[in-house]
Design a protein around this ligand. Sequence first.
Ligand code: ANZ
Ligand code: ZN
Length: 655
Amino acid sequence: MKDGKCERCGTSVTIRHLEQWFFKITDYAERLLNDLDKLTGWPEHVKTMQRNWIGKSTGAEIDFPVEGSDTKIRVFTTRPDTLWGVTFMALAPESPLVEELVPEEKKEELQEFLERVKQQDRFRRTSVEAEKEGFFLGRYAINPVTGERIPIYVANYILMEYGTGAIMGVPAHDQRDFSFAKKYGIPIKVVIKPADRDLDPEKMEEAYEGEGIMVNSGPFDGTPSSEGIEKVINWLEEKGIGKRSVQYKLRDWLISRQRYWGAPIPIIYCEKCGIVPVPEEDLPVRLPKDVEFLPTGQSPLSFHEGFKRTKCPICGGEAQRETDTMDTFVDSSWYFLRYVNPHLEDKPFEPDDVNYWLPVDQYIGGVEHAVLHLLYSRFVTKVLHDLGYLNFDEPFTNLFTQGMIYKDGAKMSKSKGNVVSPDEMIEKYGADTLRMYILFMAPPEKDAEWSDAGIEGVHRFIKRLWNTFYTVLPFVKEENTENLVLKNSTEKELRRKLHSIIKKITEDIEGGFKFNTAISGLMELVNHLSQYLNSVPQEEWNRKLLREIVEKLTLALSPFAPHLAEEFWHDLGNDSLVVQQAWPSYDPKALEVEEVEIAIQINGKVRDKVVVPVDISEEALKRIVLERERVKEYVDGKPIKKFLYVRGRIVNIVV
Ligand code: ANZ
Ligand code: ZN
């Protein structure tokens, strides 16, 4: 144990060395990356986040001998084409080489430096902007291709966990190395020349990280840097100085937690037999219920003798259980398999059943799960697949990430006090209004801003819908839709709108959950219906058509305003529930636009004919007619004195 500071908040903490359990997810890095291409039902931004999280880099590992010693410093670089421009080396503060290389007289000074930089946030200290800090070890390495002596530093921007924990510094072509070199007076050597200009190391204000032609690079002078990377790697391999290397940012998954909740890690420690997994017949290991929670900072399980003491499954001798529990992400990585067999007692799931039902057709979750949960679930699925339990190796065929609802420009949060209580909204407007408003706010993958005016608007729509429905109801209650006859073009057009709106709503829902536009469709339908009711005398209302409209409207309304829809359905004389009915169908024949042939008379003589939709407006018809070649011929550029349209029959033009 030793005292130190928390990396995040800076408070004093006691640092313990812990032996912990990991899942070797890094063995799956390449497949987790490649198989993203199979996930055509996943949003691109989530796949990009996973790619970045896995963080694959290809390059080379190169060995630099240390002057006056047998030690070699191995570096990882993605830019072997810059090898001739190395002017310093840098080790991670945590690198074991640091202790090995530091001369006796510099030890004390080094210790101070290390203590300071090891407390810096590991992620921030590697950023381009972060202040670079270094410590010169007083030792030199030899550039294996030029034989040059190059100073070895310890630097805060090098991470032990990435690559080899050491870098070759190329200030001319890496911005972090550039800042470092400027600060410590290290030479800058240009080895990549951009196509359009010369670089003068004295005058450079930043590194040139782009492509160019290799210069000052021995046998590679004149090689384009893009080809140089491959060529230098092959050359290094031939010479035995370096080798091709692939690195991933992805780390192994630390699953040990020092806390009570979580599944116990099923491991037993025996003095004689070592680390022994709990035999399958003794699984699952259950958490004891009688633990004491004490402010010790350690897991209560580690004080629970009854839990801790056990027998070794191999030799039967005294042994101890692992008292760490698993990260809760372990459970969330396979719970969907358990959903298929929630009642099985002797195993987690039945492969036959799981293979029948899964993979999950449609998974929905917030984008905050883009990397951890969704990557872990993919990993666990692949492992179970490889072990022969599953016949699929991706858990979720389609993924949908819903947006967040904001209030006053910020995420709703209790501490900010900008939350909208569903209970209050339901009290005020009813559950249907709230539900419909949430679906209407925005496309569901987008964030949306809560608006009081918006919910008011939806509430008004629901009231209008209610009024319209009960205006129609007495006329259709005893009706059915058998032998529906359409008497005129108004009725035909109304029915066409009904069917085209049902088609649109169906496609909106099926093609990407566009509930907001589906609801607009419902609003449009109600508008057409009230227009009809207002413009056609009651005794001429087509009751069968109205019955069809309110029936389909009720069915299509049901997902958005289920209470209202049930009420309507019941009042239409049904004993069943609307949720038990099939989704409303549409008739492709009803979608056809009816057309008529119109005669065109110019100065009293029929000169042309045109076919147009029955319901075309005079405006639109006029545009079409006047653009016709024959009409232009007879009008002959003269001003139109009169344009008269007898709906559905004839146009009369006087020039
Ligand atoms: C020399 C060099 C020259 C580099 C150049 C870049 C540009 P990515 O792409 O993120 O994989 N590096 C290697 N290991 C590191 C570590 N443990 N901590 C901090 N930096 C490390 O980055 C790979 C590059 O990051 C490597 O290529 C190395 O710098 C640096 F013109 O080597 B490079
Ligand atoms: Zn034993």
